[in-house]
Design a protein around this ligand. Structure first.
Ligand SMILES: C[S@@+](CC[C@H](N)C(=O)[O-])C[C@H]1O[C@@H](n2cnc3c(N)ncnc32)[C@H](O)[C@@H]1O
Length: 352
């Protein structure tokens, strides 16, 4: 990239970054939903009235989306529409954007954590994390079903785990968060019994709420620490899954040893984490990795550094380190799957 191209590259970055704030507003205020669900082109008055919003702000937001090429405006009628085949993509992709508000709210504390004499980090149990769970739950509720079908079930099928889940086995979800995966899996496999563990009350509370709403009798949730799983659980689970958690832990190696402990001898571990490269130089030019390093500074690295021994691997500790950690913990990696073009996701199925 020459100097001029580099300048344009940075300008585009500002434009896209700023625009995502409007996307976040559109998601949170329900604007995208109204436009995507409209059966015919819709006016600013109709959009504003449906959501009980002020017309002027609604107009400004619509103009933003038209300028960005996300929503179409008819010059003669001034009506707004979205191409039919974009609707689903808009609804699922836009759900990530409100993370910007969550990150913004904790930015002062994050800056303090950077300082030599500042706090170690922000844990998922701290007050600041409540907001994170609100965003995460909303996002997860839109993407988990797809992740189960595209990333998780294909690996489980290959090792016969799906068949076992259908027959009825004991399952543990370590770091279940707001329970989005476990609640869906428990619904799909009613003969199996599921335990969800997370050390944050914020997550467990949301998870339990959905469990009650869906009347799922095959799940129980508990607060606990992945680094210290109860001794009475030793060799008692047939299947353990850990999705997007390991990099958040203050000591992933200790947690893997604990997971090894609670798995039955013929049990399986399903692990999903981020699949970037462990050496940052190998992620050079990967914008998706850059975005996840950002999330790391605000959320994941914060969590991982918040408690002793403050290992602090962060979101992008990478597939090479992750695979080494699994092998060091004596797991046998039976299957692996890397998804998305940028290699952002890595899924593993391991045996003891
Ligand atoms: C990114 S969320 C993932 C949640 C869930 N697995 C999912 O994929 O939707 C990470 C979760 O790890 C939990 N966590 C962090 N440290 C933990 C620990 N030491 N023990 C148990 N859970 C922990 C957090 O509270 C948070 O719910």
């Amino acid at each position: 990239m020459n100097k001029e191209e580099f300048g344009k590259y940075l300008s585009r970055m500002y434009q896209d970054g700023m625009l995502m704030l409007s996307v976040g507003l559109g998601h949170d205020l329900g604007l995208f939903k109204v436009i995507c669900e409209a059966l015919k082109p819709i006016s600013v008055e109709e959009v504003a009235k449906t959501l009980n919003l002020k017309e002027r702000y609604t107009q400004e937001w619509l103009s933003t989306m038209v300028a960005a090429g996300i929503i179409l405006q008819d010059r003669d009628s001034n009506l707004y529409t979205v191409p039919e085949d974009y609707k689903q993509t808009i609804m699922s992709k836009m759900a990530f954007a409100p993370i910007l508000f969550t990150l913004g709210k904790r930015s002062d504390k994050v800056k303090e954590c950077f300082k030599k004499d500042g706090p170690y980090g922000i844990s998922f149990r701290d007050e600041e994390a409540a907001d994170c769970f609100d965003w995460f739950d909303g996002y997860r509720s839109l993407v988990c079903e797809g992740a189960i079908d595209k990333e998780i079930i294909p690996l489980l099928t290959q090792q016969g785990v799906v068949h076992k889940l259908e027959s009825g086995i004991k399952v543990l979800d370590v770091g279940c968060g707001s329970g989005n995966f476990i609640n869906l899996l428990a619904e799909r496999f009613p003969k199996s019994s599921f335990t969800g563990l997370d050390y944050s009350e914020f997550g467990i509370e949301k998870a339990n709420k959905v469990r009650v709403e869906k009347e799922l009798s095959n799940i129980s949730f508990t607060t606990g620490d992945a680094h210290n799983l109860p001794d009475e659980w030793t060799e008692s689970f047939d299947f353990v899954f850990v999705y997007d958690v390991l990099h958040d832990l203050s000591d992933p190696h200790k947690a893997l040893d604990q997971i090894y402990k609670v798995l039955k001898k013929d049990g399986c571990l399903s692990l999903k984490d981020f699949g970037f490269h462990s050496n940052p130089v190998d992620n050079a030019g990967n914008k998706c990795a850059a975005m996840h390093y950002t999330v790391s500074c605000f959320i994941c690295l914060q969590s991982s550094l918040s408690a002793p021994p403050h290992i602090g691997y962060g979101t992008c500790w990478g597939r090479e380190n992750l695979e080494k950690a699994l092998i060091d913990a004596q797991f046998n990696i039976k299957e692996k799957l890397s998804t998305t073009v940028s290699g952002s996701k890595a899924c593993y199925l391991c045996t003891k």
